[in-house]
Design a protein. Structure first.
Length: 432
């Protein structure tokens, strides 16, 4: 068979394996090694497996992933999410829809130190949902707010997805984290505006709660000193040039551990559980990464990225027409696979197209992650929706998707704004 035919068979085999529920990393690795062996021989392919696996798990750059995952695990086990929600609730909870506003604010704060959308959604399903239901908030609205707020973990630093994008494309992870700050804050602001609009259109949908006293507000602010200190330490050190991204992850994990122990939030059982959680998640991520790298070698030898670049740039629909096609592709893939798999599978193919068209790779990373965020909540397969359903058993999928629809519309508007005004993402990296 020709190289083109082998590439087509490889892609078909990959999607068949994924439909058969073979893990994405395993499927990509199997197809990549098999295709590479067919074209070059079995011995080079087997040698490639060993070299790629060892190089990935021992790479200093890739160490940023388990370090930030460990920091997020320690933060989750320390009960920081409850402190953030309680502090935000004392200031905005009394407004109509205030518990929803408090959920968005606290999700943003938690995302800024955990870096995980799934962890944010799962955590606030246990923290914010019971409180909203206690005051009579509808199920659909409550779960929709949590699903949308959870997506902030994909954008606000330290974002694991942005870090993986940077590793794949060899972009500066620190600049990617900087580029994610303003779009992440814009996401929080637009979600809060969406809640305010819902309250205006349907004023009787959401109840109010008693206004907190200033004493309660001061007490709530005192509780958030630890996550604020951790955020300043990690992100400030990273942006100030004190730490590399990997060192920042190590400092963050150590800081989260020390703060948790000093505040008596981490005992032996919690520490062990956090270590196991971070190890399992890191193992899953590295499995996908190794599989993607092996599949990438297969793509390189069949020249798929170059041919895709030639095809898309030759369509005659302009640079933004090609970008629109790429965005539609990601929205469709969001119905089929999770965020990390989308990034790892498609970026090696799409990135040469983007650079050929002249788009800034840092800006494109933000756009891709934002589109992936949308994939986390839109039907029929939204990872955050499934996470919330697994935590809250008495809610239906249809109810969650109903509640998340206004936030999907908000995400689409935000995506258009960032495409129209790249400076929103690029201003901060260019001035720090």
């Amino acid at each position: 068979m020709s190289g083109d035919a082998v590439a087509i068979v490889g892609f078909v085999s990959l999607f068949v394996l994924m439909l058969l529920r073979v893990p994405v990393g395993m499927a990509m690795g199997l197809v990549g090694v098999t295709g590479y062996a067919y074209l070059t021989g079995g011995a080079p392919a087997l040698k490639l497996v060993g070299q790629t696996s060892m190089r990935t798990v021992t790479s200093y750059q890739f160490g940023v992933i388990p370090m930030f995952l460990l920091m997020g695990a320690f933060v989750s086990a320390s009960g920081v999410s409850r402190e953030l929600f309680r502090a935000a609730n004392t200031f905005v909870g009394h407004r109509r829809g205030g518990l929803g506003l408090a959920t968005i604010v606290s999700c943003g704060g938690f995302a800024a130190i955990s870096g995980s959308s799934v962890a944010t959604a799962a955590t606030f399903s246990t923290v914010a949902y019971p409180e909203m239901r206690r005051y009579g908030y509808p199920q659909s609205f409550s779960t929709g707010v949590i699903a949308a707020g959870g997506t902030l973990g994909a954008m606000l630093p330290p974002s694991t997805v942005l870090a993986v994008y940077g590793l794949i494309t060899q972009q500066d992870i620190g600049k990617l984290f900087q580029a994610g700050i303003v779009p992440g804050l814009l996401a929080m602001a637009m979600y809060m505006m969406t809640i305010a609009l819902i309250c205006r259109v349907r004023p009787n949908l959401l109840p109010t709660v008693p206004k907190a006293s200033w004493a309660a507000r001061k007490e709530g602010l005192r509780d958030v000193w630890a996550p604020l200190l951790l955020f300043v330490l990690v992100i400030g050190g990273l942006y100030g040039g004190v730490f590399t991204p990997t060192e920042a992850g190590g400092v963050g994990a150590s800081g989260a551990f020390v703060l948790g122990v000093l505040r008596r939030r981490l005992d032996g059982k919690a520490i062990r559980a956090s270590l196991l959680q971070a190890t399992r998640t890191a193992a899953a991520v590295f499995t996908v990464l190794i599989g993607a790298l092996l599949f990438g070698y297969f793509l390189t030898i069949t020249q798929v990225p170059q041919k895709v670049t030639e095809f898309l740039t030759g369509l005659g629909i302009g640079t933004y027409g090609v970008l629109a096609l790429i965005m539609v592709m990601y929205l469709v893939l969001g119905c089929l696979m999770d965020a990390m798999a989308m990034i790892i599978l498609t970026v090696p193919i799409i990135f040469p197209v983007v650079t050929q068209l002249g788009f800034d790779p840092i800006w494109f990373g933000v756009i891709i992650v934002m589109t992936v965020e949308l994939g986390l909540i839109h039907p029929p397969v939204g990872m955050n929706v499934f996470v919330i359903k697994s935590v809250i058993h008495d809610v239906t999928f249809s109810s969650i998707f109903k509640g998340v629809l206004p936030f999907i519309a908000t995400d689409i508007v935000r995506l258009v704004i960032l495409i129209a005004f790249p400076v929103i993402a690029l201003w901060l990296p260019s001035h720090l």
